[in-house]
Design a binder for this molecule. Structure first.
Ligand code: ZN
Length: 235
């Protein structure tokens, strides 16, 4: 078993990952994601304000129609009162009129409150619409920049990927399996040299006697008990 080819593969694979990282962590990608988020947030807010406005309009209509009914009732009562109206009936109407006036008063306050809330919702709505539009425009700009960046990196990516595939053909199957498995678990790099002079892994931690014995006896590779990567014996 030869370790050289997997090391070669790892080197090229790391180059490829670096390219991916550069794309993902670029200022352009970060801004693109931020503006996407801002647009989505503002759009959700606009939807929510729309629902609130609809509800307020509904309330406004209900209160208005009730207001009208009471006004009509007052008109009716006034028509029914004359010089010949009996005292007990006058008393009844008078009490009802007091109730109607109190109701109208309450309705007016309610209508004022609804109008204030509607105007507040309207200005927030307008501000959020503007936010959504601004974010959408910036998102578009950064999407174009991102695509340009992707295109410029694509050539490198293709070249590295081809190189990677070519080397992969020559890598020992078992070593490739280990490499892919450890890579999936976030080990970067997977294979690191064993430092025989200090009996340590490249992570700097001296290995225990068991592992040390194996490595000093020329074992090709062994997992580091500290960082969990694969130490290999340099030639
Ligand atoms: Zn280690």
């Amino acid at each position: 078993m030869n370790i050289d080819k997997i090391l070669e593969y790892q080197k090229v694979d790391m180059e490829f990952m670096k390219l991916e990282d550069e794309m993902r962590t670029s200022d352009i990608a970060k801004k693109l994601i931020a503006y996407q988020g801002e647009r989505k947030r503002a759009v959700e807010e606009v939807k929510r304000l729309n629902l609130i406005a609809e509800e307020l309009f509904g309330n406004f209509e209900n209160v208005s129609s009730s207001y009208e009914k009471i006004t009509k009732e007052i008109d009716e009562i006034q028509k029914n009162i004359g010089e010949s109206t009996a005292d007990d009936i006058l008393d009844f109407y008078s009490k009802r009129l007091d109730q109607c006036v109190a109701l109208l008063d309450g309705h007016e306050k309610e209508l004022d409150r609804i109008i204030t809330e509607l105007s507040r919702a309207k200005s927030t709505f307008e501000a959020e619409m503007e936010n959504a539009n601004k974010a959408a425009a910036l998102e578009k700009t950064y999407m174009v920049k991102f695509e340009e960046m992707k295109k410029s990196k694509m050539e490198d990516a293709k070249r590295i990927d081809a190189e990677r595939k070519e080397i992969a053909k020559q890598v020992d199957e078992e070593l490739m399996r280990i490499y892919l498995d450890y890579k999936k678990r976030g080990k970067r790099p997977v294979f690191v040299p064993y430092l025989a002079e200090s009996h340590a892994c490249s992570c700097g931690v001296e290995v225990n006697a068991g592992v040390r014995g194996k490595m000093d006896n020329g074992e090709l590779y062994c997992e580091c008990p500290n960082c969990g990567r694969i130490m290999y014996n340099k030639k």
